[in-house]
Structures are given as structure tokens and as C-alpha cells.
Write a protein that binds this ligand. Structure first.
Ligand code: BES
Ligand code: ZN
Ligand code: ZN
Length: 469
């Protein structure tokens, strides 16, 4: 399945100078007039004819008298740190070799290279025509292509996993991907499945996944030095979410192959971490299930005894993500990790609050929150804090069990879901929950419609800052 990754070698990026590469001029709005004056009369006519004003995101391709591309001009507000501008440029130019005329440095250069590479991402596994764009960007030696490659591959892995339909990305296949990763990076992996889940007490994972053809399971991967700080990533691996007996309408069910987006995120992030050799003891936990319907499906009103011992009344079988996550979070908490992050396509309510592109995160840890926000801005990778507002906890009360899996009102649904998860996290563990959509609803340069990694670069950058060598 890892063969799905299209940009394996990131061969659209090369280091150093080469002969005959086409220059890309980055034009700030301020510098536009000066730049234009230096052009020939015919070039100025070309600029006018295309209403090119140097505004951010505008791209103009110049050709010589032989019809070959001679230069590219792009409107660019560099301070915006926007990688997708470079996807726009890559997508607007024909295949060939290019270099950026301006001196870019540090993070701007890294994000430019990342954006350029992502313009070459295409999920073409099921297509006869696998023609992929090949515009090569030569970047200065200052650009660390190894770390750019790591960001690109981690993002592409997350996208590929989400894009793969459930017929080829069920709990079996998701576990296979984790096994391949573990083998590649010499990590330990343990998979507990089917009846074994019940023996160990992972009852919520079994209950949600028991009606599916492919057995529910818990993937547990461990990598790195035992003595290093313990970072645990937990990802929602609902390979398909029908809603269960509280079945989803067809329009909502249509894209529910993406409900393992959290798992895709932690595998993508895990790959980045292991490739760059961060000094941590990494653990990845993925409850992998299908929330399906059959005679043995769990029902609204059922009560499940969780791994932690808390009894949960099922108010809605469609709130299955928090159910499978709660056993994984309780297990993760047993060893008191130094940091715990979970990624989940958890609620529609998070989309109502934030739209599809801004994942909210929830944490009580101020340092963690500030750190994530800082790196979200630096990486141009949107995230926004939402509160773990304790008084809403009472909305999860049940008269016959310790907790209900849904709020008694629909209000504040992303918050009540996060509060439910918090109940299963050890009291002093720095923990953050990210409610990600994991999907681009429409195509933009570098971001085709379909699976998307959200908050991944921000999280990786945050972790690199904290645990990097
Ligand atoms: N997988 C969904 C969340 C979801 C829905 C994410 C649509 C993105 C788009 C989750 O399992 C779910 O169905 N949640 C319910 C919870 C409700 C029943 C309390 C929701 O958000 O509607
Ligand atoms: Zn659901
Ligand atoms: Zn779900």
C-alpha cells in the first residue's frame, strides 16, 4: 500500500544550479513598477494584456521568439509564508527545469520547495493514465531537501491512505500499512484483534467494530529509545462510518472512507518523526474498525464497559469515534507519556464552528497550546484552539451509566466530544486532541479534492523544536 506514494523520491526538486533553467521572478506588490520598467516594450505589452499586477498568486509565463518558456513572473507576498503559492506556480508552468531568481532563506525556502512538490501529488492508483507533472525546481544548497522530502512523503502518505477506498483500506490493510512502516523503521508492533480485544478489556473497540466483516483491532507500534521522552500519537481508524444503526443519510455517508483520517495523520506524522530520527520514544495507537451494520451491530441504548472501567451508555451509534478512542487513550495513559496527541475526524460540529480547513484543537496545557499555535503560523498550516469548557461535561450525564457518548443537546458538539475523550486521559498528562476534517472539498493548486493532512506540518515542527537533535 505504501507504493501508493507518488512522490517517493521527490524528484521534482533538485539541489544546486543547472544550465538553462527558466527563472521564476517573485514580484512583491511594492516592487512591481520597478520590475515592469526593466522589461522590454513587448514584454510590458504582454504584462498589460494579462492584467498582471503582481498581486499574490498571479502567475505569468513569458516565452521567447522560438515559443519556448523564457521566464515566469509570480505575484508574491513573501511574508505570507504561503507554500501553496509555489504549487500555483508549478501548476501554471509547462514541464521543464526552473529556478527561483530571488534569494529565499530558511523557512520560506523550505515551504516554497514543499509547495512546489505538492503540485506533483496525484492519487492515480486506479487510473489508467498515470501521467504526472514533471516541472523540476532547482533550489539553492541552503534548502534541506531531506527534511522537505520528509514533509512531502508524510503528507502524501496521509492523503493516500485517506483516498484509498474502504474496499482496499479496511482494518486489515490499515494494519498492513502500520506493519510495513514498523518493519522499515525497525519499530515493534503488536496488533490485538477480534475476541482478543475482549480478553484484554478493549470492549469499546470490539463493540463498535464487531458487525464488520473485517475484524476490529488495536494497532500498537513502539519506536525509539526507551529512555527518551515518551510521545504517544493516537489516531481514529474508523475505516468506514455508516453511522451504525443510527445510519447516516447517503450524502453524509458518501465520503466516510475518510473516517480513518486520524489514523492516516498519525502514520504520516510517525513516518516524518522516524525518518528524521527525533529523540523520542514514539508510540502510535490506532483503533482500526469499520462502523458497520449487521445483526450483531451495537445498538442505541446499549451500555459498554470501557477499558478504564467507566460504563458508557450509547446515546448514538454514530458517535463511534470517541468510543474507539477512549480505550486507546486509557491504555496510552497507563505509562504516563510526556506528551499525548490524538487526531480524529470526530465531529461534524467542528466543521460548523471552523469550516473544513481549520482544525480546532483542545488542550488544557498552555505551553502546548502556544507551541502549536506558533508552529501553525510558521508552517502556514492552520489550527485554532477551542475550549475544554468543563461546565458542558454535565451534558454527557447518563442516569444509568457513568457517561453517555453524546451530549443531551446538539450544542457545542465538538467540545462535548473532546470532554468525553478527556475523561479517559490520565490527569497530569499533557494532551491535545485535534478534530481534523482530513479532506479537501474542492481542488486548489497543490491540494486536489480528496484526502488531506491537516496540522501535520505544524505538529511535526512543534515536535522537532522540542525534541530535535
Ligand atoms: N465521523 C463522524 C464525524 C464527521 C462527520 C466528520 C462529518 C466529518 C464530517 C463521526 O463519527 C460522527 O458521525 N459524529 C456525529 C456525532 C453525533 C452523533 C453526536 C456528528 O458529528 O454528527
Ligand atoms: Zn459516526
Ligand atoms: Zn466517525
Amino acid at each position: 500500500m505504501l507504493n501508493h506514494i507518488n512522490i517517493k523520491e521527490v524528484n521534482c526538486l533538485k539541489s544546486g544550479k543547472a544550465k538553462n533553467t527558466v527563472p521564476i521572478w517573485l514580484i512583491g506588490t511594492d516592487g512591481f513598477k520597478v520590475w515592469k520598467k526593466k522589461l522590454s516594450k513587448s514584454e510590458q505589452t504582454w504584462v498589460n494584456a494579462h492584467d498582471f499586477t503582481g498581486s499574490h498568486g498571479q502567475v505569468l509565463v513569458f516565452s521567447n521568439d522560438k515559443g519556448a518558456v523564457s521566464a515566469v513572473a509570480a505575484g508574491c507576498a513573501l511574508e505570507e509564508n504561503d507554500p501553496w503559492l509555489f504549487s500555483t506556480i508549478a501548476q501554471s508552468v509547462p514541464d521543464g527545469s526552473y529556478h527561483i531568481e530571488s534569494e529565499l532563506e530558511g523557512n520560506v525556502l523550505k515551504l516554497a520547495a514543499f509547495g512546489w512538490a505538492m503540485a506533483h501529488y496525484k492519487y492515480d492508483h486506479y487510473l489508467k493514465d498515470k501521467k504526472v507533472k514533471k516541472a523540476v525546481l532547482y533550489v539553492s544548497k541552503k534548502c534541506d531537501l531531506k527534511s522537505v522530502g520528509s514533509l512531502v512523503r508524510g503528507t502524501a502518505l496521509a492523503r493516500d491512505l485517506v483516498n484509498t477506498p474502504t474496499c482496499d483500506m479496511g482494518p486489515d490493510e490499515l494494519a498492513d500499512v502500520a506493519k510495513k512502516l514498523a518493519k522499515h523503521f525497525k519499530a515493534k508492533i503488536k496488533i490485538t484483534k477480534g475476541q482478543e480485544l475482549l480478553k484484554k478489556g478493549y470492549n469499546t473497540i470490539h463493540t463498535v467494530g464487531r458487525a464488520a466483516e473485517k475484524e476490529p483491532r488495536l494497532i500498537d507500534m513502539i519506536w525509539g529509545n526507551e529512555k527518551s521522552p515518551k510521545v504517544t500519537l493516537v489516531g481514529k481508524g474508523v475505516c468506514f462510518d455508516t453511522g451504525g444503526l443510527d445510519i447516516k443519510p447517503s450524502g453524509s455517508m458518501l465520503i466516510m472512507k475518510k473516517d480513518m483520517g486520524g489514523a492516516a495523520h498519525v502514520l504520516g506524522l510517525g513516518q516524518m518523526i522516524m525518518e528524521s530520527g527525533l529523540d523520542i520514544r514514539l508510540r502510535i495507537l490506532i483503533p482500526a474498525v469499520e462502523n458497520n451494520i449487521a445483526g450483531n451491530a451495537f445498538r442505541p441504548g446499549d451500555i459498554i464497559k470501557s477499558y478504564k472501567g467507566t460504563t458508557i451508555e450509547v446515546g448514538n451509534t454514530d458517535a463511534e469515534g470517541r468510543l474507539v478512542l477512549c480505550d486507546a487513550l486509557a491504555l496510552a495513559s497507563e505509562e504516563n507519556p510526556d506528551l499525548m496527541m490524538d487526531f480524529a475526524t470526530l465531529t461534524g460540529a467542528a466543521r460548523v464552528a471552523m469550516g473544513t480547513d481549520v482544525p480546532p484543537y483542545f488542550t488544557d496545557d498552555k505551553n502546548l497550546s502556544d507551541g502549536l499555535m506558533k508552529h501553525s503560523t510558521l508552517e502556514h498550516d492552520p489550527l485554532w484552539p477551542m475550549p475544554l469548557y468543563a461546565p458542558y461535561k454535565k451534558l454527557l450525564a447518563s442516569p444509568i451509566a457513568d457517561i453517555n457518548n453524546v451530549g443531551s443537546t446538539g450544542f457545542g458538539g465538538a467540545i462535548t466530544a473532546a470532554l468525553f475523550l478527556k475523561d479517559f486521559v490520565g490527569p497530569d498528562i499533557p494532551w491535545v486532541h485535534l478534530d481534523v476534517y482530513a479532506w479537501n472539498v474542492s481542488a486548489r493548486p497543490g491540494r486536489p479534492k480528496g484526502g488531506e493532512a491537516m496540522g501535520l506540518r505544524a505538529s511535526f515542527d512543534y515536535l522537532s523544536g522540542k525534541y530535535g537533535k
